[in-house]
Design a protein around this ligand. Structure first.
Ligand SMILES: Nc1ncnc2c1ncn2[C@@H]1O[C@H](COP(=O)(O)OP(=O)(O)O)[C@@H](O)[C@H]1O
Ligand SMILES: [Mg+2]
Length: 445
């Protein structure tokens, strides 16, 4: 059995009025693998614990298979949780650890068959007689997983189950979790702060920031059509380049986005998305360029839709299969707060505005306005750059990925081509305006 989990306008307010989850609405389909992704402190565990019944829901409703479940005790929810610190009983063998919940549920019955079947599924038959202290981290996590699976729960709730493991093992177990949950067809809610884990595991990914849902969609959707600067910057490696730009749309000339010392000239005839940028004339925007949007190539080799830029090599990061080149293009990066940091100090809860324009409602839905600005543009674009931050940072405003065979050195001037088909533009609030927000995947359904 697997189940649908729905959260409607769910909030969590801790003592002293701290709102750590703010009107979260999310429908998780039976059998779906949904990942809750966000920086540390954004409320992911709190959401998971509310689904599990380990935490009261302050406001809103939780439905399990369409039935109101806010007050259902954890034991009545038929869900299994797997935590980061796999809490096995040290005085029990692996087999007894796996069988323990079965014994509690069904005191008279012998759980051995179930335990054996589970162990076979996880490839840990040989470990059943060992105690947790005789197991490696990865083995312990497999046993913890076994304990969750053996009960045949109707949903798995996993809270950063792999964070304590080393990278190689993490990748390996990631693949196992994916295979296993899909084979079992059990609804899984998986919490992580690791975007690559989220992207590789999730049927859909829900991105949280400061307790507010920013976007939910398939990994492809959140990567390809991020709703705002925060999602764009949180998802994808290397991190998207975010440059401060200024839209210039003279009536009698080509439309450009100035990047400080250089500009992107939008090709004529303007695409529909670019036409919509005209209303931003004279305004500061944020230009988002993922690494696939920029390549190192002679300007004369530009393909249709590509426009030239020039970059000064500041730093070359050798990665083996590729290199990351940090260029100075004379533009200024936009600062996206709380990408890694804990959530900002609590703000007083605002009532939802029922009326307002369609755009207001879309914004409200996007949730971006409720958790504070997703981007900081404190100084006007034409002023000199702010002094460098105290923490040492690699200089350069544009990171481009390239094959390792190109020989690039500090100080070289290099021709770049920007593919405008991959151009993102965000407004001053950090909301995506290009491609047109009407491309929001879940509004098109
Ligand atoms: N019992 C509590 N009382 C007050 N604040 C809490 C409590 N538990 C968690 N918080 C706060 O709620 C916020 C979200 O926590 P959490 O859900 O654990 O975040 P995440 O799992 O995303 O790291 C954090 O700021 C955390 O300090
Ligand atoms: Mg957590």
């Amino acid at each position: 059995m697997t189940r649908a989990i729905s959260l409607h306008d769910v909030s969590k307010v801790y003592a002293k009025g701290v709102r750590v989850v703010d009107r979260l609405t999310l429908d998780i389909a039976p059998g779906e693998f949904l990942v809750l992704l966000g920086p540390s402190g954004c409320g992911k565990s709190t959401v998971l614990r509310m689904i599990a019944g380990l935490e009261d829901i302050t406001d809103g409703s939780l439905l399990l298979d369409g039935e109101w479940a806010n007050d259902l005790p954890p034991s009545g929810r038929d869900m299994a949780m797997v935590f980061q610190n796999f809490a096995l009983y040290p005085s029990m063998t692996s087999g007894d650890n796996i069988g323990f919940p079965l014994r509690i549920e069904n005191p008279g019955a012998d759980p051995r068959d179930r335990v054996d079947a589970t162990a076979r599924m996880l490839g840990i038959e040989d470990l059943l007689d060992r105690y947790p202290s005789q197991l490696s981290g990865g083995e312990r996590q497999r046993v913890a997983m076994g304990r969750a699976i053996a009960r045949h729960p109707s949903a798995f709730l996993m809270d950063e189950p792999l964070s304590n493991l080393d990278a190689k093992l993490r990748n390996h177990l990631r693949a196992e979790i994916s295979k296993l949950t899909r084979e079992l067809g059990v609804t899984t809610v998986y919490v992580t702060h690791d975007q690559s884990e989220a992207m590789s595991l999730g049927d859909r990914v829900a991105v949280l920031r400061g307790g507010v849902l920013q976007q939910v969609g398939t990994p492809r959707e959140v990567y390809g059509l991020p709703r705002n600067v925060f999602v764009a910057a949180f998802v994808g490696t290397p991190r998207i380049n975010l440059l401060r730009g200024l839209v210039r749309a003279p009536l009698d000339g080509a439309m450009t986005i100035s990047l400080g010392k250089q500009y992107l000239r939008l090709p004529e005839p303007l695409s529909l998305d670019h036409q919509l940028l005209r209303v931003q004339q004279g305004r500061e925007v944020i230009v988002g360029l993922r690494s696939e949007a920029v390549r190192i190539a002679k300007h004369s080799s530009a393909r249709p839709g590509e426009v030239p830029l020039t970059g000064l090599v500041e730093h070359v990061e050798y990665q083996g299969h590729e290199i990351l080149v940090h260029f100075n293009t004379g533009s200024r990066p936009a600062v996206v707060p709380d990408l890694e940091a804990p959530r900002p100090a609590a703000r007083p809860a605002r009532r939802r505005r029922r009326e307002g324009t369609v755009i207001d409602r879309l914004r409200e839905r996007a949730g971006a306005l409720r958790a504070g600005p997703v981007v900081v543009l404190d100084e006007p674009a034409d002023e000199p750059p702010a002094p460098a931050p105290a923490t040492p940072r690699i200089p350069g405003d544009l990171v481009v990925r390239t094959t390792p065979d190109i020989d690039l050195r500090h100080g070289m001037q290099v021709p770049l081509l920007v593919d405008l088909a991959h151009l993102f533009v965000f407004d001053q609030h950090g909301e995506r305006i290009c491609p047109n927000p009407a491309h929001l995947p879940d509004l098109e359904e």
